[in-house]
Write a protein that binds this ligand. Sequence first.
Ligand code: OSB
Ligand code: MG
Length: 371
Amino acid sequence: MSTELKIAAARLHRVRMPLVHEFQTSSHRKTYLEHILVELEDASGAVGWGEIASPSDPYYAPETVDTCWHIASHYLLPAVIGQTWERPEQVPQLWAKVRGNQFAKAGVDVAAWVLWSSAHGVPLAEALGGTRTEVVAGVSLGIEPTIDDLLAEVERQTVAGYPRVKLKIAPGWDVEPVRAVRAAYPELDLHVDANGIYTEDHLPQLRALDKFGLTMIEQPFAPRDLLAHGRLQRTISTPICLDESIETLDDLETALSVGALQVLNIKVSRMGGLTAARAAHDRAQHAGIAVWCGGMHEFGIGRLANVAVSSLPGFTLPSDVSASEKYYARDIVEPAVVAVQGVVQVPKATGLGHTVDTELIAANTIATFSL
Ligand code: OSB
Ligand code: MG
């Protein structure tokens, strides 16, 4: 087998799938998702799939499904088509001139990693250097209409065996829901995620959360305000975790230098792909920062990339890699991703490790592009 891969064809599929349970964060509410699936094909006909998991609206990150479609079709696929490469780490270098647009880049980067692993007959996790055979999954729960609804949802997920629960919070939905969940589950590994909605005017609420034994408070302040995170961390004992703030390794370096975090949420999408996600893992491990893998309600392809990266040794906290059934009635990979008592097996088969259900994809596709 040649050690070089050449991208002979590249395709995008814009796919829409309904969520089984509506999800509300501090910024928006979702009942269905539209993600862009990326298919890279080499000269021998081998295929690698990736997923661009951008939300539809620019409320989590600046990107949207439409900007991702534009960047992928006008810049990223043209940058990789006809190119030869030996290692997936070389692929992001092909679009080095394109700034930002991490979600769009991540989908193409993952497709390159999956193609490489399939072509070399190794599981994606092994290609990345993963060492775990199984990963522990947590669940992320949205803002519910009432505290009773939230308690019912926590009950459902803990009974299903998930050992860690993260609650979305926002001003007006913070101390009271946390108090109620903590009272009902004194030992639960519990954390909160504000998606950047608070300011330093809200310090009383944030400090009040310090007494509930939370594993972390995720992204309390606006993404670019690293200094505010550093100031808060110096006055509370609950570890601060950064999500939206960290899009590049440089962001991580700056955050470390100002003491803005004790925990890092590594999202493959937000970092621009597996190459960068692994580098962030390596840097955090060196700095003694605990990491876990965050999710974007990915369909099966992005979910399996998250499972693969979570097999790296530094992912010591439960990751948002819950089973497919938490999100979708039927997933686009076969078999679906399952969790048994909150544990997901890292696939041992080559490439992505599960079959991609191209019929289901075709049935839910609303636009395609090919080069
Ligand atoms: O902050 O982690 C987040 C979903 C959409 C936007 C932001 C976030 C989330 C999640 C989803 O929490 C977690 C999952 O995929 O299970
Ligand atoms: Mg988050």
